[in-house]
Write a protein that binds this ligand. Structure first.
Ligand code: MN
Length: 490
């Protein structure tokens, strides 16, 4: 869906001083670069050659056009020749779309016999891109800089990863979240400033009555439920005879999807403390909606719900899986964290065919709900947590290594994932707790810290990365200085 909806613009820097002959060559080379990048298919979205900027007015027009074009998810700039940067000030001051500065060169090597002063003037990005870099730095334009030969696969993949960050920004600016019920009583980390997220991230977070959902649930027809059950049969193994309970989850899923789609919401939250008029906490229902790409988080956690939806879209097509997750319990001896939730882990990360089971919930006082039970797969991943640190948002990302669960845990009737946090459990958890990270996270096998850092930079929120070299003493100092800087900047 998003793939057809979005594209990126390639905008080249030059100037009229060089004369028409050089400018024709600049455009020809630039079109060849764009065609080459698209042909390799390492960019997840199409790159479109737009124009060569020769005057200040050229870029003002392009910047306005990019801002006004819903398809344009970002611009990529490259100065083939020198392009005086005072020319770019007007357009950069207007630009609202993410920007990547691609510092490349049409030829990979210096041609010994061919090189003369004309060649030098034409292939001048080493010179021109420095002028271009200065003005972006001078104007504090948040931008990604990618350096390298345009035919190099690693360079193309880096641009592709940034495209995913930019798509995350486009999706973020269109995110609507449906809240069924409030935040879980007394819980702090799932709270936050809904006005601030709308200003910074574009999220519209609003509430709908649980009673309205209960009415929609009651109005679902048997035919609709039959069709939903057929879908479940295709995807999941039925490990229960209690079909009535499964049918009730189908009923809840259909009703929630109707309400979400009617309002254009891509994420939702609910809480077991407010299920008035509902017979079960949605379990299988939420898991299946997560698989379809909706964002969800429990206990009224609308921040994690929205982040789940956005990160799913950023990782679209990669196939690794992105899910709502919660740190549950530890294997301290072996340095592992066991992640799960009461019910609602998305089956996109299952290592086996998920089983539908019915078990009582320890809390909430409702009927035992149907849920999917499975083990998560092994692989490198990240966990991400967005917190409201007071006056600003902080995104914390930790690198983790998921392993197949080391125990069968036959009496734990929920989906589970096991991982080794970086740099290890003790230091990783110390760093996470120092930074204020939540027990709720988004876990993704598809995205990495660089993609999330780029996303946070574009949206102007604080970013903290916990990785293999993290030292808690240094991190504490960084958090202290960062806190001062963010307060001063406002
Ligand atoms: Mn929870």
């Amino acid at each position: 869906m998003a793939k057809e909806k979005y594209e990126f613009w390639f905008i080249v820097g030059s100037q009229v001083l060089y004369g028409p002959e050089t400018l024709v060559q600049v455009e020809k080379d630039s079109r060849a670069i764009v065609e080459g990048l698209n042909a390799k298919k390492l960019l997840p979205y199409e790159l479109v050659y737009k124009d060569t900027v020769k005057t200040a007015d050229d870029f003002v027009q392009l910047s306005r056009a990019a801002n006004g074009d819903a398809k344009c998810a970002g611009i990529i700039t490259f100065c083939h020749t020198f392009s005086p940067s005072k020319m770019w000030i007007g357009g950069l001051s207007l630009l609202q779309k993410p920007m990547l500065h691609f510092h490349t060169q049409f030829n990979e090597e210096i041609p010994n016999e061919e090189i003369d002063m004309d060649y030098m003037n034409l292939h001048q990005s080493a010179h021109g891109d420095r002028e271009h870099g200065f003005i972006a730095a001078r104007m504090r334009v948040p931008r990604k800089v990618v350096v390298g030969y345009w035919k190099d696969e690693a360079v193309q993949k880096k641009i592709g990863r940034w495209m995913r960050s930019a798509i995350g920004v486009a999706v973020s600016r269109n995110t609507k979240v449906m809240r069924f019920g409030d935040n879980m009583r007394e819980v702090a980390v799932t709270e936050g400033d809904k006005v601030e997220v709308q200003i910074k991230l574009g999220w519209q977070v609003n509430t709908w009555a649980v009673g309205e959902l209960a009415e929609a649930v009651d109005a679902v027809t048997d035919e609709q439920i039959d069709a939903q059950i057929e879908e479940y049969r295709e995807r999941y193994e039925f490990a229960t005879d209690d079909l009535e309970t499964v049918r009730y989850q189908a009923r809840e899923e259909i009703a929630m999807k109707q309400m979400l789609d009617a309002e254009g919401c891509i994420a939702y939250s609910n809480t077991f403390q407010d299920l008035y008029g509902l017979r079960q906490l949605p379990g299988l229902a939420s898991q299946d909606l997560l698989l379809k790409g909706y964002g969800y988080a429990g206990e009224g956690d609308w921040k994690t719900a929205a982040l789940t939806a956005i990160m799913k879209e950023m990782g679209r097509g990669l196939g690794g899986g992105t899910v709502f997750m919660e740190d549950y319990t530890y294997d301290l001896k072996n340095g592992l964290s066991l992640g799960a939730h009461m019910l609602e882990i998305c089956p996109s990360i299952a290592n086996e065919k998920p089983r539908i089971e019915v078990h009582p919930l320890g809390i909430g006082g409702k009927e035992p709900p149907a849920r999917l039970v499975f083990d998560g797969k092994a692989g490198s991943a990240i966990v991400a947590s967005l917190i409201d640190i007071g006056g600003r948002l902080r995104l914390i990302v930790q690198d983790i290594e998921c392993v197949l669960p080391t125990q069968t845990m036959p009496n734990l009737p929920v989906a589970r994932v096991m991982w080794r946090p970086q740099p290890d459990l003790a230091v990783g958890a110390e760093a996470w707790i120092l930074a204020g990270g939540s027990h709720h996270t988004v876990l993704s096998y598809d995205l990495d810290a660089e993609i999330m850092r780029d996303w946070a930079r574009i949206l102007d929120i604080e970013f903290v990365h916990i990785h293999k070299d993290t030292d808690p003493v240094q991190l504490e100092q960084e958090l202290f200085l960062s806190d001062l800087a963010w307060k001063l900047a406002r």
